[in-house]
Design a protein around this ligand. Sequence first.
Ligand SMILES: [Fe+2]
Length: 361
Amino acid sequence: MESMESKKKIVLIDDDIVSLLVGKNALLDAYDLHTVPSGKALFELLAHIVPDLLLLDIEMPGMDGYEVLNTLRSDPRTVHIPVIFMTGKDKADDELAGLELGAVDYITKPIAPALLRKRIAMYLLMADQQRQLERYNAGLQQMVAQKTHTILALQNAVVELLSVVVEYRDDQTGGHIHRTRRYLAIIMEEMLRSGVYAEEVASWDRQLMVLASALHDVGKLAIPDSILLKPDPLNAEELAIIKKHPEYGGDIIERVEYDALDRSFIEHARIMATTHHEKWDGTGYPLGLAGTEIPLQGRLMALADVYDALLFRRPYKPAMSHEEALEVIRRGSGAAFDPALVTVVLKAADRLEEASLSALE
Ligand SMILES: [Fe+2]
């Protein structure tokens, strides 16, 4: 015989002594059975045990079955306990009312012991299976969340590493890539608020886009130190080599075999690397694209890139104040930069300055 420990707990609630006795005889062998004569007695008992199933009489003096069920459903501790209603009534209305309140089934009295045992076994099995399924689902969800977290962390780390490698060579002050990431996030926020190319921006995973921007100068890895780090002005030939870095960057990123379904990261990265030196009026490089021929990511990256380059000293030019840098950008509207985006940058000027300063710490 099974021990009390492994037996399922069932509570039978009925004010009718005969029903309690019939139920007891039918169930006592197989279950850890408790019998109580009223709703009040049930709630006293529930302070000590959480049953696996309740058999609940509908017509009782004091609290009736509906009231008991309502109270059970309003307590998180008892909300999930399956309840089978029992009643002498067999009217369809009563049955519906009980099921709507959340009873799992309905048994008509007088109780047929064999049928009662069969039904109870079925509901306990169903409840067990339900619990197993819930546990399994929760486990799956947790596993997916963990894996996703690991993948994202790895992706971040790899991008970070690559961008540090790029930056390490030609940015003495450091932080250019981190700052441009912040600028892009701020500018895109303002675009959404002001409705400037908002639909296109809203269609992107902006976090991914910002992360991808870290690779915009990855093509500089292919530029020799003698040119990249030259303190003196570059001659025409050297300049032509430097100007190849967007193409090199695009090539490097395209070589990544990115097997994932979602190629948006690689796409953002490739577009920004290739087109961040294009100019609105068509005088940029490498392709000399003009206006909206230049992908939006490229037009955005150009602004973030130039704003930061103006603010922070490079070997070949002095740093500017925030106001001076904004003035250069304002004058570049329609020439180097997309006028609509210049408006956005001017609107977000304070936040951009803050981002440029906080990044200094
Ligand atoms: Fe560049």
